[in-house]
Design a protein around this ligand. Structure first.
Ligand code: 173
Length: 328
């Protein structure tokens, strides 16, 4: 028997019941259950929520999405497993949140070429194969891209050395921050505010946007520049749920997915600039290294990041590195 988390089973059974009934009444329309691993109506759920609006508008009478919600409905690190097991049909989630199932998913953060190129050069196809094998999933769209991560601190540093600092992480930052001497503690985004408030951590990893969503600006003194990597959040569908759809239903999802993926880079280009300015106005000071130290820091990020991916996936890691990195 597959494991259905107790906190979720009621919602699932209820929505299954409703879908079952409506399925019998109107043969064509299908309703998919969807969750997000980020708080609803915040930066990293926004692209997914637009995708849902697109599908629900274009898919009337054909396909609809029932948006169950975010971390209040399901803990973020459970979302990958729920998608894999078909507890939900659709998920908005970043690779770092399901590395236990598919370590290669964390490599999305290391892409230096756009999705349009990866969809042509074999990089996407290789990942799609791994999604089918390890996640029982079809990758529909990357809705966050071109969105660097940063280190945020409450203690100042003047060189790329994190010795003595305790930092909040996810798998995104683990290898890099540890390689720079930090002690790390993993938490979901929903626990960052309290960790800062209680002084449990001296800082945290997070992208350039979204610091204001959960009020962390009140508890953040410094941002370290430069940023590194790029955040990835993507829409996945359970493979069995996908295989059950007819051509018309798939076409609605595919079109909405393509539109949402195409918006990611232009959206974040603007949002990155806007949040950089907003952080400065909110009094978050920038720590900038010398040019030589900035290069050391940035190169170390990629070196440690790829070493981590290759350690966890010696077979696929080197292939992904070739396809995801910018031409030297
Ligand atoms: O810091 C995080 O929680 C994280 O890994 C992440 C990934 C993508 C977007 C935002 C945060």
């Amino acid at each position: 028997m597959r494991k259905v988390p107790a906190f979720f089973s009621l919602a699932v059974l209820t929505s299954l019941g409703v879908a079952g009934l409506s399925g019998a009444a109107t043969a064509q329309q299908v309703t998919l259950r969807a969750v997000t691993s980020f708080a609803e109506k915040t930066t990293y759920s926004r692209g997914f929520e637009e995708f849902i609006d697109r599908v629900n508008k274009a898919g009337k009478g054909v396909i609809q999405i029932n948006y169950i919600g975010g971390p209040k409905a399901m803990p973020p690190f459970e979302v990958g497993n729920a998608l894999k097991n078909g507890v939900v049909d659709l998920a908005n989630v970043t690779g770092a949140f399901y590395t236990n199932l598919m370590p290669e998913a964390d490599a999305w953060k290391l892409t230096q070429v756009p999705m349009s190129v990866l969809r042509e050069n074999g990089g996407f196809d290789l990942m799609a194969k791994i999604y089918a094998q390890k996640m029982n999933a079809v990758f529909l769209a990357r809705v966050v891209d071109n969105n660097p991560f940063h280190l945020y601190l409450n203690k100042s540093i003047d060189k790329p050395d994190l010795t003595g600092l305790k930092l909040r992480i996810t798998p995104v930052y683990r290898d890099f921050f540890q390689a720079m001497g930090a002690t790390v503690v993993q938490t979901a985004p929903g626990e960052v505010y309290t960790a800062l408030e209680r002084g449990v951590v001296d800082g945290y990893g997070w992208p350039i946007t979204g610091v204001f969503d959960l009020g962390w600006n009140e508890r953040t003194k410094y941002r370290v520049d430069p940023g590194f990597y790029t955040a990835e959040v993507s829409i996945l569908i359970n493979k069995a749920s996908w295989d059950k759809l007819d051509a018309k239903q798939k076409a609605v999802l595919t079109k909405a997915a393509a539109e949402s993926e195409a918006e990611a880079v232009p959206y974040f280009t603007k949002a990155n600039a806007a949040d950089t300015e907003r952080q400065a106005k909110a009094g978050i000071k920038t720590i900038t290294f010398s040019a030589a130290d900035a290069k050391t820091y940035y190169d170390k990020a990629y070196e440690a990041g790829w070493a981590g991916v290759i350690r966890q996936s010696p077979e696929q890691g080197p292939k992904l590195r070739k396809l995801f990195s910018k031409a030297p």
